[in-house]
Structures are given as structure tokens and as C-alpha cells.
Design a protein around this ligand. Structure first.
Ligand code: 3PG
Length: 345
């Protein structure tokens, strides 16, 4: 896939709108459980700063629209990493009138109904904040939202540096997976994952299902008529974690794999009593040194504790649904905007 990369562009003196996916998992005290999604955007932001961008205007969603969350705790965390103040503004007008701050951020784009519905007037309003647009929000590229798709109709649009790495790693697995190809799926967002599970069952050899997804699928797995063998937890429905027997079976399958893709925890990991299944899957993946491993998703990242082990995963994606969709479909609505528009810088 040929993406127009931001580092091919002269950004000196320009106001650059950067869509990031800082939709991180927050704890009860609104602390950041895993900052990977923020950390991965820093090279692009720093590149823009070092190459003379006049202003960087950050956009992100956080949680679902109905939760109406503020980006405040996320901004505080990001400021520490960036070593620079980020002025958080509640409206586009406030962003426009701030000509002093080097880095600014508009509040959670999902506070406006036009974001999820990709309303053209909202997209145009967002585009008025800058002269160039960079998509560094791989995790949201499967959504046709205003700050991902709509805005790129109105501004010259470029891919961020991390987004390009994501696409390269995931398409490699799509185009050339060594078999056995084992997919491990769990977590929430069941409505998003079910259709993908169906499609992946044509491509993979084995699919191991845990988490809320497994509860949903008990007794229904025969509806997935693909070529893959689907393995559900032995413990039946309404489980909070996969049990010991299931962990052994999953570990055996993972051990045989040459390609492993994992998205979504195996249980209710926010409660320490139900983390063992997810940890067992993680350890089994790390133990299989001969396989290419691709792991992703916000909740999955938050569930991976051991830094040294995380480093052994071949590619840790910041996308969950986006990773699975790209794997299956080979393209995403947000990426198409970065391939097809003429370079009008
Ligand atoms: C994710 O968490 O996978 C991305 O941030 C996308 O979030 P969404 O499913 O709420 O669009």
C-alpha cells in the first residue's frame, strides 16, 4: 500500500492537524493504565516540531460518544511525555483564537454528534483548524468518522510515521501468513468482532475464543462455517475467565503456530482474580519463538504487564478492530483517504 507520508512534506510554518488515537484505558482514578497509544504518536509530533510546523492541533476520541468523557487526564499524561504544554480547548473557535500555544488539542471529538456520523459541516469545521492533516490514529481507521475520513476531503492528507509501520506489519501477515495460522480473540466490542471472526475463519487454521466474545458464541460456533477450527472455553457460558483446562488447550494450539494474531483479553482482566487466562495466552505466545506474533487492541495492551515480554512480540499494534479489519479486508476507510487524494501540498 502506497501511503503519502508526512515526512515527504514541507511543514515549515504550517498549522498541522494531527488525528491521534489516544483512546487509552483509564483506571478508576482516571489514571492511564497503558500509554502505548500515546507513546507511538510522539515521533510524528516531534518530527513536526523539529521541522518547523507553526502549530500542532491534536484531535482524538476517548470512549464512546454517550460516555461524554474529557481528554483532560490523557492530556496531562501526554504533556509529561512530550515535555511541553498542550492547551486543551472545548471548542473549535477557542482553538482558532489560540495563536500562541505551539501544541493545542480540541476536546474529545465524540462530544459532537457530527464525528461518528461523518457530518460534512463538522468535518469542514475541523479542517478549518489547520492547513495540513496527518492521520496518526491507526486504531480508528476502520471508522468512517469526520476526523478520520471527512476531514481528508478538505485538507491535504498524510499518514503518520507509526500508522505506516502498522500498515506494513499487518499487511505482511495478511499477504503471507505462515501456517498454522492461529487467531486468539476475546474482549468486548462483540458486535464489531463477530463479522470479523466469520471472515477470519476463512483465512486462519485455528481460532481460539475467550472473553465476552466466547460467552456470546457458546452454542453458536457452528454458524461460523469457515475452514478454521473454532475452539471455545470448556467452562461454558457466562465465565469471567478461561479455566485451567482451556488454558492448556489454547497453549498447545499456540505452540504449534507459525503465525499468531491476538486481540482481546480472555476474561474480566480489570479484576485481578480473572487475569490468569489472559496471562497464560500471553506467555504461550512469547514462548513460541518460531512464530510471527501480532498482538493488538486497547484493552489487550492494558492487560500486558511485563515490558520485557511485550518486547518479544513481533508487532504490538495500537489497533484492535482496525487491526482485525485490515487483516481481513486489506484496506480501511481512513487509509483510502491517504492513498487516493492528489498530493496538493
Ligand atoms: C479502539 O479502541 O479500538 C479504537 O480507539 C477505536 O475505538 P472505537 O471502537 O470506540 O471506535
Amino acid at each position: 500500500m502506497n501511503l503519502r507520508l508526512i515526512n515527504s512534506c514541507d511543514v515549515a510554518g504550517k498549522r498541522v492537524v494531527v488525528r491521534v488515537d489516544w483512546n487509552v484505558t483509564l483506571g478508576k482514578a482516571l489514571q492511564i493504565i497503558d500509554g502505548t497509544r500515546i507513546i507511538r504518536t510522539l515521533p510524528t509530533i516531534n518530527w513536526l516540531k523539529n521541522n518547523g510546523a507553526k502549530q500542532i492541533i491534536l484531535l482524538s476520541h476517548l470512549g464512546k460518544a454517550e460516555e461524554k468523557r474529557s481528554l483532560e487526564p490523557v492530556v496531562g499524561y501526554a504533556e509529561q511525555l512530550l515535555g511541553e504544554e498542550i492547551s486543551l480547548h472545548s471548542t473549535a473557535e477557542q482553538c482558532q483564537s489560540d495563536t500562541v500555544s505551539r501544541v493545542i488539542m480540541l476536546e474529545n471529538v465524540r462530544l459532537w454528534a457530527g464525528e461518528d456520523s461523518n457530518d460534512p459541516s463538522f468535518a469542514r469545521e475541523l479542517s478549518s483548524l489547520g492547513e495540513l492533516y496527518v492521520n496518526e490514529a491507526f486504531g480508528e481507521c476502520h471508522r468512517e468518522s469526520a476526523s478520520i475520513v471527512g476531514i481528508a476531503e478538505y485538507l491535504p492528507a498524510y499518514a503518520g510515521l507509526w500508522l505506516e509501520e502498522e500498515v506494513t506489519a499487518i499487511l505482511k501477515v495478511r499477504e503471507n501468513p505462515e501456517h498454522p495460522f492461529v487467531v486468539v480473540m476475546g474482549g468486548a466490542k462483540v458486535a464489531d468482532k463477530l463479522p470479523l471472526l466469520k471472515l477470519l475463519s476463512e483465512r486462519a487454521d485455528t481460532i481460539l475464543v475467550g472473553g465476552r466474545l466466547a460467552n456470546e458464541l457458546q452454542g453458536e460456533s457452528t454458524k461460523l462455517v469457515g475452514r478454521a477450527k473454532i475452539i471455545l472455553p470448556l467452562e461454558g457460558s457466562e465465565i469471567l475467565d478461561i479455566g485451567e483446562e482451556t488454558r492448556k488447550i489454547f497453549a498447545e494450539e499456540i505452540k504449534k503456530a507459525k503465525t499468531i494474531v491476538w486481540n482481546g483479553p480472555m476474561g474480566m482482566v480489570e479484576d485481578v482474580r480473572y487475569r490468569a487466562g489472559t496471562e497464560a495466552v500471553f506467555e504461550a505466545i512469547v514462548r513460541n519463538k518460531g512464530a510471527y506474533s501480532l498482538v493488538g487492541g486497547g484493552d489487550t495492551l492494558a492487560a500486558l504487564g511485563n515490558e520485557a515480554q511485550v518486547a518479544e512480540i513481533d508487532h504490538v499494534s495500537t489497533g484492535g478492530g482496525a487491526m482485525l479489519s485490515l487483516l481481513e479486508k486489506g484496506d480501511l476507510p481512513g487509509l483510502m483517504m491517504l492513498e487516493s487524494l492528489p498530493n496538493s501540498e
